[in-house]
Design a protein around this ligand. Structure first.
Ligand SMILES: Nc1ncnc2c1ncn2[C@@H]1O[C@H](COP(=O)(O)OP(=O)(O)O)[C@@H](O)[C@H]1O
Ligand SMILES: [Mg+2]
Length: 277
């Protein structure tokens, strides 16, 4: 008898600050997970300024804008990326997608749920900032990976994102990945700096997933529009992504976040209004 598939694991990748490496982490973690035997889809949730397709050298004909306009289903716009990873591309330069309304969210959520039996892991590459959409995609995910690098600005923004998700939406569990660390101690120091503040002011748990080293090969791969794992599989960042995938595969089977239903119906602007600082 065929073994029943584990439930879909939905994992968001966010940071608060832009440029810390979310999209590269999403793409390479996906490739690493695929090489370790998982079936993976990456959703580019930077809906107005998506660039995951560009990063991977793909030229999708349709994108998320078509889904939102009801012209295509989510499944119809999926494109094939490296190593069997599949990508749901975002639109670029379409401002109306920067805030999804309640109907769009419900529609998207049910389409994501329908992917369940075809995929093991759904990674969600989110936009920078703490906009309504970013919070929504974090609430869709049962596991949240917060990416920070050793710069103080990135550490502050990672904390700010956790703070909003905790204080406004009751989220309690986060995972930290340090990107662009010089070495193991550099990564651990970022983790310590964040936990000093989060332990003091927030009632959350933050698990450390380790670090991805700063690696010149990564921007080189970006310029070739490839995942670093494709073109420099033996580089230090590639090894970091393979280590990360091993940790992520141990995330408990989770499916969707229970908090989500309370968020979907909320007024679009209420999150920002209630959270001026
Ligand atoms: N581990 C790393 N080593 C070296 N450079 C990196 C690393 N991670 C990211 N970068 C650089 O940062 C840039 C921005 O990364 P990106 O994934 O687009 O960030 P985000 O999605 O958070 O905005 C990359 O194009 C690359 O040049
Ligand atoms: Mg990005």
């Amino acid at each position: 008898m065929k073994k029943r598939k584990d439930p879909l694991k939905v994992i968001s990748i966010s940071s608060g600050k832009g440029g810390v490496g979310k999209t590269n982490v999403s793409a390479n973690l996906a490739v690493a997970l695929a090489r370790q035997g998982s079936s993976v889809i990456v959703l580019d949730a930077d809906l107005g300024l998506g660039n995951l397709d560009v990063l991977l050298g793909l030229a999708p004909r349709f994108n998320f804008g078509h889904v939102i306009r009801g012209e295509k289903t989510l499944e119809e716009i999926i494109v094939d990326g490296p190593d069997g990873v599949r990508i749901i591309p975002a639109a670029s330069g379409i401002q109306e997608l920067t805030t999804l309304d309640a109907n769009q969210k419900i529609n998207l959520f049910s389409q994501v749920e329908n992917l369940n039996d075809k995929v093991d892991i759904l990674l969600i590459d989110t936009a920078a900032g703490i906009s309504h959409n970013v919070l929504f995609f974090n609430l869709v995910a049962a596991e949240k990976i917060i990416v920070a690098n050793p710069e103080p600005t990135s550490i502050i923004d990672a904390y700010a994102l956790m703070k909003v998700l905790h204080l406004k939406h009751g989220e309690k569990k986060f995972n930290l990945l340090v990107n662009q660390a010089r070495n193991k101690d550099d990564g651990l120091e970022v983790y310590r700096n964040i936990t000093v503040v989060s332990d003091k002011y927030l009632n959350v748990s933050l698990d450390y997933l380790g670090y991805i080293p700063y690696d010149e090969n990564l921007p080189k791969a970006v310029r070739q529009q490839k995942a670093v794992l494709e073109v420099y599989p033996d580089s230090e960042s590639s090894k970091g992504f393979m280590r990360l995938a091993e940790v992520v595969r141990e995330f408990p089977p989770s499916e969707f976040n229970d908090n989500l239903q309370f968020f979907i119906g909320e007024d679009e602007n209420s999150v920002m209004e209630r959270n001026p600082a």
